[in-house]
Design a protein around this ligand. Structure first.
Ligand code: OOG
Ligand code: MG
Length: 263
């Protein structure tokens, strides 16, 4: 049985307040033990509506937990999706305030910018390849609103898959100009030290397959990935905590560098 709509609205408000106040809350399944993945998405839908009502513009979508490294780190074995809005976007060179978040972490990702709408059902990797205008290197700044950054799948979905901010880097590259879409190397560097290295195949074998998965999951929510939207295909390596003063860069083979600093 799914959650009553009053409970969905109440949980969306609860998560929204935690996001806006950067104040941690217990994971939702502590109080709502039977919360299902579908319930989590119902809460996320209500949360998205709250942001749109507050004047945010839907910028795109993101994949969560699409690499082994991320699944292992978080103890969750299935991907999720979340939405991203224009006000979550951080221009390169702008500092991110750690105090605006509960316990932020950084991830390196490949972002896809769409030239055409994606199918909402049965979307394939080939559909993504033909609909993509270009890809850019990205750093996602995630932040779980749950205490100790611990959650289960329904809870993290209700918390918009830990979305907080994202930084898009450098020059876009057309996919057909990249010689190694599935074996694109990346180093995640913090304060000059390499924290992790990985390759794009870590994300479901091919980050374009991740975007197809997002399109289908978003379709099941009654939405569509549209032309002009950006999709974050998922963290390639584990995520790393940041503190004020940290400078982080994601150095991608072929795509170049994207960086962000924290105050
Ligand atoms: C969930 C969000 C994961 C990714 O790229 O895997 C995510 C989390 O780890 O908090 O954004
Ligand atoms: Mg991510």
């Amino acid at each position: 049985m799914s959650l009553p709509s009053a409970t969905v609205r109440e949980l969306a408000d609860h998560v929204l307040r935690a996001q806006l106040d950067a104040a941690p809350i217990p994971m939702l399944t502590n109080s709502h033990g039977a919360l299902s993945v579908d319930d989590g998405y119902a809460v996320q839908n209500a949360l998205r509506q709250r942001y749109l009502d507050a004047g945010h513009r839907l910028f795109g979508w993101k994949a969560g937990l699409t690499s082994r490294a991320k699944m292992r780190q978080m103890g969750v074995d299935q991907p999720s999706v979340g939405f991203i809005t224009d006000r979550m976007s951080v221009p390169q060179g702008t500092a991110v305030r750690v105090a605006d978040h509960v316990h932020p972490r950084v991830e390196c990702e490949i972002a896809f910018v769409l030239a055409r709408d994606l199918p909402t059902d049965g979307c394939t990797t080939d559909d993504v390849l033909s609909a993509t205008a270009f890809v850019v290197p990205a750093i996602e700044i995630i932040d779980s609103r749950f205490e100790n950054f611990r959650f289960d799948l329904p809870s993290v979905i209700a918390d918009n898959s830990s979305s907080a901010r994202f930084v898009l880097g450098g020059n876009g590259r057309r996919l057909d100009s990249i010689s190694s879409r599935t074996t694109l190397g990346v180093a995640l560097v913090k304060n000059g030290e390499v924290m992790a290295t990985g390759a794009s195949a870590a994300v479901l074998g091919d980050p374009a397959a991740s975007v197809a998965l997002v399109a289908n999951l978003v379709g099941a929510l009654g939405c569509r990935i549209e032309a002009g939207m950006t999709v974050l295909s998922g963290g390639i390596t584990a995520a790393f905590a940041v503190q004020p003063g940290d400078v982080v860069s994601a150095r991608f083979q072929e795509l170049g560098v994207v960086d962000v600093r924290f105050t």
